[in-house]
Design a protein around this ligand. Sequence first.
Ligand code: PA5
Length: 470
Amino acid sequence: MSNYNKNPITFDYNNMLKDYVGNDGFTVEELKAASKDAVKAFKAVKAGRGLNMMGWTDLPYNQKEVVADIKQTAKEIRKKFDYFVVLGIGGSALGPLAVFQSICHLHYNDLPKSKRKGPKFYVEDNVDPERMKALLDVIDIKKTMFNVITKSGSTSETMTQYLIINDILKKELGSDAKNHIIATTSHEKGNLIKIAKEEGYKTFYIPDGVGGRFSELCPVGLLPAAVLNIDIKTMLDGAKFMDKRCSKSDLFVNPALMAATLQYLSMKKGRNISVMMPYADGLKLFADWYAQLWGESLGKNKDLNGNSCNVGQTPVKSLGVTDQHSQVQLYTEGPFDKVITLIGVDSYRTEVKIPNGCESIPSVNFLCGHTMNELITSEMVATEYALTKSGKLNNRIMLPEINEFSIGQLMMFFMLQTAYTGALLNIDTFNQPGVEEGKNATYALLGRDGYQEKAKEIKSKKEKSTDYII
Ligand code: PA5
């Protein structure tokens, strides 16, 4: 579509520099000195492109056929169904949620059907029984398409959601139940693909080299987005555009490499918290997506040589301006342990004027005649000023506007930043042994065959003392 604002997003790191933020910042000389490590990380990521767990780098380039299939399927879903529900968790849920919230109307499900561009949309990313009941209370199962998404095809939460829904569908619809489920999973590994073949579900595949948290730009995210009439081709174009901008090893030119190097240098100084603070409600869940990407990729206890390292930066999700009234006090005056990334928007998709109406009270009247757009932007600049004044490391990403092209750019920016940072830390960015440990312990606790040893291991753990439960 030609009317998209396709300008680049920008990464402003002025306030990571000593000249602006004071002692905690870095000098340009320090950045130049880090260039050697950055080039090494860049080369490692470049060499890994498309291989092993780096299949996500190919996604903007190699999905022509699958995109056509997704768009056709989405069109049919929009015609036949009033509800579209994603069953999944982690990377299989956070990407679809982030893109939904950023592109669609902020009260999408509350809009009348004539004003929505697709079915009502829900993502069941938990196994809280109250939430499942609540979902079933608001959807009409006969008019619902369910998209079960799991790369491993065995995640307890997702398979539980599937079992419940499939049981209800079969009871209500008999043999037509299979026309209400689409599976998105690995093409050969795991249980969901076996079930999908047996039941005859329409299936989309998650490429082998694409892990959960790097999967938004494959069918995991593209199908839900297309169902919502989001322009997935433009989203992929945005990702490609960012990928090209990050094709140089010079960190002063490659924005994701500069961002990675600054985070890496900050971690070395003990700045172990990464706050993401978008000044846009549409990006609130984008911060959730980032939190998984950053936390799960970089939180590791062994480096690639097998040495113990315990690295990572704790991601914190924040929202401007809402959290100015809860978290910003801590960010400005609390410990020097954070890097704060503000995300701003040059042009919001609407403008709301603040009307006159309080001429007699000057300390309210100053707002009149301005717009909410001016207010939110001024508050971002004010927070940035306060952080910088108190010497706290911060940087700012600006989106020309929130649209498919800028969201594609933003996702690729953060995925590349994560890959570069993992390479700088010399860790495996793409595994998640800590998550697997929890998954395996769940299987053992619920008596899954093959997990008897794990069950014994859990049983042999020192019993909790009631003395310490009050
Ligand atoms: O990033 C990851 O690999 C994980 O967080 C997964 O997305 C999450 O555990 C869900 O896994 P799966 O898609 O196999 O059900």
